[in-house]
Design a protein around this ligand. Structure first.
Ligand SMILES: CC(=O)SCCNC(=O)CCNC(=O)[C@H](O)C(C)(C)COP(=O)(O)OP(=O)(O)OC[C@H]1O[C@@H](n2cnc3c(N)ncnc32)[C@H](O)[C@@H]1OP(=O)(O)O
Ligand SMILES: N[C@@H](CCO)C(=O)O
Length: 377
């Protein structure tokens, strides 16, 4: 454990902490002069500094994987804790907020050296930049070798990038519902979201912190994203053509025939709810920064072919898993990743009708896969 941080060990975790990692050179050029990394941790680091597990959050996720000593459930509640799959009696678990985020790590809403938020001045950052920042955080914490780096969706991209950038520091790597490089379709869906925000009149080129935030753009971005996070089958069986209860005075079919409006379909109400929730907890500039980082995800960039890029990970044990109904990160993309990895890597299927979000909703299945592969007693 790095001296600077020894006071924080041995607690139940679930509490936001931060460390300064100094200036960070960026892949696209330039640098961030001073970076704060926000994180949560659970359990205690051993003397050798090799019992640590890094959990990487998805696009709008936070550091709060597990409740720990806090009151609030985490997004993978039940996976991390004393006696759980990732047993905090044994492992020191860390989850860091992505570079560019809005949950404590330096991002566009952070205050720059002139005392004002970065806003439009926040530079373009990549998945690889975030991983380098996380490596600095690991140095500060005294972590020499991760027992495992685990992530889903954008967290899976960050986990894979860790294995490729620092293979000597990653013993095991789980890449769930993610692929080797963002595809044309993923980039296309992402562009519609960033444009929705940029075209909000309140966006003000990104310098909106003194005025109204671009909430309608962010809400629209979330609606577009959320459709991709769920499957057609799930939406149809859950909502069908039902009108939102209490809002319909006349059947929707008749309203449609009349070209009338005034009440919402259930699925509209559902998307409105998801949009409102995100708007209440996320910064629009961070949404753009992280989305664009994910658009840039390509583990082979500057490293030759995909197989050549992944050859460096020969010493890393991989777990690759896909959600059966995922229409954003298709299972075939996990197959392609596994095929390019050194050795014989099988793809595990998380059987779920939900779609991409299955990696968040099927916690028990994800936990079982992790237990079998990386956390057998
Ligand atoms: C690590 C990370 O990736 S992010 C951290 C956690 N992720 C998030 O918070 C992202 C946003 N949420 C999600 O992605 C998903 O909701 C998940 C994956 C977390 C959970 O999925 P599910 O359990 O299937 O929840 P679901 O999509 O059904 O949403 C339920 C919500 O919709 C609401 N809802 C359902 N039907 C309707 C409707 N017709 N009208 C309005 N609201 C509705 C529910 O009341 C519930 O609201 P609440 O979340 O405020 O309690
Ligand atoms: N629901 C997840 C999906 C992205 O993988 C999120 O908001 O981050």
């Amino acid at each position: 454990m790095g001296e600077e941080f020894s006071a924080a060990v041995g607690r139940g975790g679930g509490v936001l902490r931060s460390l300064e990692i100094g200036a960070l050179p960026l892949e696209a050029g330039g640098s961030l002069p001073s970076v704060t990394m926000a994180f949560e941790c659970w359990g205690t680091l051993n003397e050798a500094g090799d019992n640590a597990v890094l959990i990487q959050h998805a696009l709008t996720g936070s550091t709060h994987v597990s409740r720990g000593d806090s009151e609030e459930d985490g997004w993978w509640e039940g996976l991390v804790g004393p006696g759980d799959v990732i047993d905090t009696n044994k492992y020191f678990v860390v989850c860091a907020n992505m570079l560019g985020g809005c949950y404590g790590t330096t991002g566009p809403s952070s205050i720059a050296s002139d005392g004002k938020p970065y806003g439009s001045r926040f530079p373009f950052v990549t998945i690889r930049d975030s991983v380098h920042a996380e490596a600095r955080l690991a140095d500060k914490l005294g972590i020499k070798l991760w027992h495992a780096v685990v992530g889903g969706s954008m967290g899976g991209a960050r986990a894979l990038e860790w294995a490729a950038s620092y293979p000597e520091r990653v013993r095991r790597c789980a890449v769930v519902a993610a692929c080797a490089a963002s595809t044309a379709e993923q980039i296309a869906f992402a562009q519609t979201q960033t444009l929705a925000i940029r075209q909000d009149p309140n966006f003000a080129g990104g310098d909106y912190y003194d005025g109204a935030a671009p909430t309608s753009g962010l809400g629209l971005a979330r609606r577009i994203a959320h459709i991709n996070y769920r499957s057609e089958t799930e939406m149809e069986s859950r909502f069908g053509r039902q009108a939102q209860s209490g809002e319909d005075t006349i059947s929707h079919d008749r309203l449609a025939a009349l070209g009338a409006s005034g009440s919402r379909y259930q699925v509209e109400s559902y998307l409105d709810h998801q949009a409102r929730k995100l708007v209440g907890r996320f910064d629009a500039n961070s949404y753009i920064a992280i989305t664009e980082a994910l658009m840039s995800h390509d583990v082979s960039r500057g490293r030759g072919t995909l197989s050549q890029a992944l050859a460096a990970t020969a010493s890393v044990e991989f777990l690759v898993a896909a959600v059966s109904s995922d229409r954003l990160y298709f299972p075939a993309q996990s197959d392609a990743l596994a095929a390019a990895l050194p050795g014989d890597v099988a793809v595990h299927h998380i059987d779920s009708a939900i779609g991409h979000d299955g990696f968040l909703t099927e916690v028990a299945v994800v936990g079982e896969l992790l237990r079998e592969s990386f956390f057998t007693v």
